[in-house]
Design a protein around this ligand. Structure first.
Ligand code: MF3
Ligand code: CO
Ligand code: CO
Length: 280
């Protein structure tokens, strides 16, 4: 009986745990997973493409312009453009900016900076599937040891969360795994932000918490698709959003880092849709 529920649905269903806790979780089909593999690969390739351009002296607006052009050439649309009024193809968060940094012509990155680039291309046309991923980049050759260590912890936190995302585990197991890595390093997790279901919708159920949650949530089932995107801070977990409505900085202005993948639960494990084909 348990085995039955561990099978992919043959038809996409949007009723699993109807209403839990903010609405149903969609269970996708194997065909849906094929679309996700396609858009996920383009999302990863976008981050690969921009890597050699992340150099001292370039503005974040210029990086965003190149990202937008690349996405368009791949037959995709940046899902962030027009999203609640956001106007850019990427979020570029430098140093103490934890998330949602707005690309700007006056923000010139310099040797020693660490930056997160977050992209969400969407397939153009009726099959408008989303791929959401972000990565840390080191600018130049003068990266402080503490910044390197923060990036290492962030990547390990994401990897631990991914390892915990297995069919039969609970959603909360992901948070426990992500949070444990941060704790081991002595860092905090910015708990105001979470991962999310994704697919035909950019931000969907469930919410994916990156620390041990109060409620462990539902069992992970084949067909679930969501992001894992822990934000780690060297200092406190508190962040604040600036007057522009997006840029979110650490309250203590200490360094912050984030990494994100879009994953899907299968019958016997998971797929990372946004895995890079090459070392960065
Ligand atoms: N890609 C972000 C995420 O991981 C969302 C960015 S929304 C934007 O969920 F409008 F700020 F671009
Ligand atoms: Co996301
Ligand atoms: Co993202």
């Amino acid at each position: 009986m348990l085995l039955r529920i561990m099978q992919f649905p043959t038809k996409r269903i949007r009723k699993h745990l109807d209403g839990y806790p903010h609405g149903p979780i969609t269970l996708h089909t194997e065909d849906d997973f094929k679309f996700m593999a396609k858009i996920g690969r383009i999302a990863a390739e976008t981050l690969d493409f921009i890597a050699p351009h992340v150099r001292p002296g370039i503005s974040t607006a210029e990086l965003d312009r190149m990202i937008h052009k690349f996405m368009t050439e791949q037959g995709t649309v940046p899902a962030t453009v027009g999203y609640h009024g956001y106007q850019h193809a990427s979020c570029i968060s430098v140093n103490h900016v934890a998330v949602h940094g707005i690309p700007s012509a006056t923000k010139i990155i310099k040797n020693g900076d660490i930056i997160n680039i977050d992209v969400t291309p969407r397939l153009d046309g009726p099959d408008h599937w989303h791929g959401d991923t972000s990565r840390m980049y080191m600018v130049g050759d003068k990266i402080p040891i503490k910044a390197r260590r923060l990036i290492e912890a962030t990547e390990k936190s994401l990897a631990a969360g991914i390892t915990a995302a297995q069919p039969g585990n609970l959603l909360g197991d992901i948070g426990i795994a992500c949070g444990q890595v941060a704790k081991d390093y002595g860092y905090s997790i910015a708990t105001d932000f979470c991962g999310h279901g994704i697919g035909l919708t950019f931000h969907d159920n469930p919410e994916v918490i990156h620390v041990e949650p109060e409620d462990m949530g539902p069992t992970l089932l084949p067909g679930m698709i969501f992001t894992i995107e822990p934000i780690l801070n060297i200092g406190g977990h508190e962040v604040k959003t600036l007057a522009d409505g997006w840029t979110t900085v650490t309250r203590d202005r200490k360094l912050s880092a984030q990494a994100e993948h879009t994953v899907g639960i299968t019958e016997d494990g998971l797929v990372i849709f946004t895995e890079s084909g090459r070392a960065n």
